[in-house]
Design a protein around this ligand. Structure first.
Ligand SMILES: Nc1ncnc2c1ncn2[C@@H]1O[C@H](COP(=O)(O)OP(=O)(O)OP(=O)(O)O)[C@@H](O)[C@H]1O
Length: 678
């Protein structure tokens, strides 16, 4: 974190005396030396470990863990080693991003996730938790050499009734600092309501509803880091997954967890996770909406289980000079029994095979008087009579095959969809002509979600210990089910804002979404303090809320400093040029179709705009890609065009208007959308 030297807050705080500041700097020097020593010890162990590890696997595991440990112990001079301090009676605890201890194991810096550190975030005058003084440190922004210096501190004497809360100058400086580059961690200034969520138990599924900029993404990422710290071994095995809306967003947040020392958390979009087929076509809105509807889960379940048929006759199997026979009635009982057990479909097929082989085995044992070897059992499982039986009564099927059959065979679809989908809806699913091959079929993105549902009926997918889902309001019921399947016995952190839902299937109610995510009792928690969007800009965006048809609590912005300008002009070049004279990043948000022209105009003016994912100061962002991102200065072009571009265009505009950290300029030549007119 870098923060400017704090200005004096209204509530009196201890003025940093030069002696005290010198003592804190000395502690920093000691801590840095101790961290270096820890790293050297780890490196030494690493080289010794090379020689003592037993087998190759253990050596590799050990090597990986040690290399990871050394990385965790690296000291980035651009990142403050500690940001806070607690005085509790005679004890002093510095709080930082990682644990540092001296040669005899005495802690010099506590990891922000350690139980003791919780008091740094939670102690208050009303509930001081034995904390007499909470100190926050101010650091200079990392300069040219990438080094940050300890410049100041700010104390709250909780023991004499002083509490700054969100009036902390250091918090204010952190919130107001210019944003360039990827998202940064907020460990130094996590607020009590956020901390409650970050430290929720691993077993807890929580769903955070928060207006734009209330720190949902930040909370989700810090919760992941917290859980990995507390349950390292367990979560290393099962894994933690962060799901975001698109690659640009994942790129934007990608630096946060590594900065917190966590390198092993995976990130993915839903589409990347459900990569079952080559997407070659696009559905119309009606077909896509239908495919994302929860009813499809029932249709697919029926279609799959309708493949199971009753055995139509006995089987006989030649085995050397013997012939074994299993009657039709017995076979029927086997199939019925397995069916009643409701295993995953593919497992059911293997169960039927194993039971039929078991019946053959019993006959062989009765005749031969001893148990056949395993190789005999394997052979019997594959003999033609058994294979034919399985292919008839429990046929193997792939997700693609089942879907293609439903899309081409109107009768099969009508049986599976009976009472669930209307004839018109069934027609929406129908392929007019059968594809030449499954590989070249006109698969759509929604088909990948359906294929995943089928894959989940065939076999249980491997799950994660914890999943963080950002922008969850945009998930369809079918996508939510895909995540539910992958969270197995684990838990979820669900982050979103119903007002920012832009997909045709966007959630209108969190309880419904929790149901689809398999956690109907998950805790729904609001976050209401906005850290990004200046109050004047929030006020403008809030005018859209009544038209968005969702019940969400309004946000309270912490930022009084920003500016808002609504101008009748199309001169994006002039607006961008002015914005670039100020400090921080500039984002130009336009309807997707207008982006090429905007880029051309800015290029022609020599302003060197970058497209999304670029690292320049000026970025042109299509409106459909801006979710979750933020820029110091935002220029929103032609709101009416953004609204007109899609059915939930007003929601999209709400997202676009809430990306600004410092200033928002709205440029328009067409009339503004009705709710924005004065
Ligand atoms: N406690 C905090 N201290 C300092 N900055 C914070 C704090 N909480 C959030 N922020 C900052 O506020 C900005 C918005 O946070 P974040 O992106 O997590 O919000 P969000 O609720 O996910 O927003 P959106 O709904 O628009 O995606 C970020 O720059 C983040 O670093």
């Amino acid at each position: 974190m870098s923060a400017e030297a704090p200005t004096a807050p209204e509530i009196s705080t201890t003025i940093a005396t030069s002696d005290e500041l010198a003592a804190e700097r000395a502690h920093l020097v000691t801590s840095r030396a101790a961290l270096k020593a820890m790293r050297e010890r780890a490196e030494q162990l690493f080289s010794v470990g090379d020689q003592v590890a037993g087998d190759a696997y253990t050596a590799e595991q050990l090597g990986r863990q040690m290399a990871q440990r050394i990385k965790e112990l690296s000291d980035d001079p651009a990142v403050p080693l500690f940001f806070g301090k607690l005085t509790m009676g005679a004890e002093r605890w510095h709080i930082g991003r990682r644990h540092v201890s001296d040669a005899v194991g005495e802690p010099l810096v506590l990891d922000w996730r350690a139980p003791m550190s919780r008091r740094f975030y939670q102690a208050s005058v009303r509930d001081p938790q034995e904390v007499a003084v909470r100190r926050r440190f101010g650091w200079s922004p990392a300069g040219a050499g990438g080094t940050t210096a300890l410049t100041s501190f700010e104390d709250e004497h909780l023991d004499s009734g002083q509490e700054l809360g969100t009036d902390s100058a250091i918090l204010t400086a952190e919130i107001e600092r210019p944003r360039v580059g990827p998202m940064r961690d907020i460990v130094a200034t996590i607020q009590p309501e956020q901390d409650e969520l970050v430290r929720a138990d691993l077993e807890d599924t929580i769903c955070v509803q928060g207006a734009p900029g209330t720190g949902k993404t930040a909370v989700g990422l810090h919760r992941a880091a917290y859980l990995v710290y507390l349950h390292r071994e367990r979560l290393r095995r099962s894994g933690v997954m962060i799901i975001g809306p698109n690659r640009a967003f994942l790129h934007y947040i990608s630096a946060v967890l590594p900065a917190l020392g966590e390198l092993e958390v995976s990130q993915s979009t839903v589409a990347e996770l459900l990569d079952h087929l080559p997407v070659r076509a696009e559905d119309g809105v009606a077909a896509a909406t239908l495919k994302h509807d929860a009813r499809m889960a029932q249709v697919l379940h029926r279609a799959l289980w309708a493949r199971i048929a009753r055995p139509a006759g006995p089987i006989t199997v030649s085995d050397g000079s013997y012939r074994w026979r299993v009657d039709e009635g017995v076979l029927r009982r086997v199939v019925d029994e397995v069916r009643r057990e409701q295993p995953p479909y593919a497992l059911g097929r293997e169960r039927v095979r194993a039971r039929v082989v078991g019946l053959l085995q019993r006959q062989s044992e009765a005749r031969r008087g001893d148990s056949p070897p395993d190789s005999w059992l394997r052979k019997m499982g594959k003999v033609k009579a058994v294979a034919d039986l399985l292919d008839h009564c429990w046929p193997a099927v792939t997700p693609q095959q089942l879907l293609a059959d439903l899309y081409t065979d109107a009768e099969a679809l009508s049986r599976a969809a009976d009472g669930l989908l209307s004839p018109d809806e069934q027609e929406l699913l129908h392929w007019p002509k059968p594809p030449r091959s499954l590989r070249t079929a006109p698969w759509t993105a929604a088909d990948a979600v359906l294929a995943d549902e089928i894959a989940g009926l065939l076999d249980r997918p491997a799950g994660f210990g914890h999943i963080v889902v950002d922008e969850a309001q945009d998930l369809s019921p079918m996508q939510a089910r895909a995540l539910a399947r992958r969270s197995g016995h684990g838990s979820l952190t669900i982050l979103g804002d119903l007002a920012q839902g832009t997909t045709p299937w966007a959630a209108r109610d969190w309880r419904d979404m929790l149901g689809h995510l398999g956690r109907p009792d998950g805790r729904i928690v609001p976050l209401s303090t906005g850290f990004r969007v200046p109050a004047a800009v929030v006020a403008l965006a809030n005018r859209l809320l009544p038209a968005l048809d969702v019940a969400v609590p309004p946000a309270r912005s912490l930022r009084r400093d920003g500016s808002l300008e609504v101008t009748e002009s199309a001169d994006v070049v002039a607006a961008a040029r002015t914005a670039l004279t100020r400090e921080g990043s500039v984002g130009v948000i336009a309807a997707d179709a207008a982006v090429p022209d905007v880029l051309d105009a800015l290029h022609a003016a020599g302003l060197e705009p970058s497209e999304l994912d670029g690292d320049g100061r000026l970025t042109v962002v299509p409106a459909t890609m801006v979710k979750g991102l933020e820029y110091d200065h935002v220029i929103v072009l032609e709101p009416a065009a953004i609204v007109a571009a899609e059915p939930r265009g007003l929601h999209r505009l709400y997202v676009a208007l809430t990306r600004a950290v410092t200033s928002l300029i709205v440029l328009h030549t067409e009339p503004l959308p009705e709710p924005l007119r004065v």
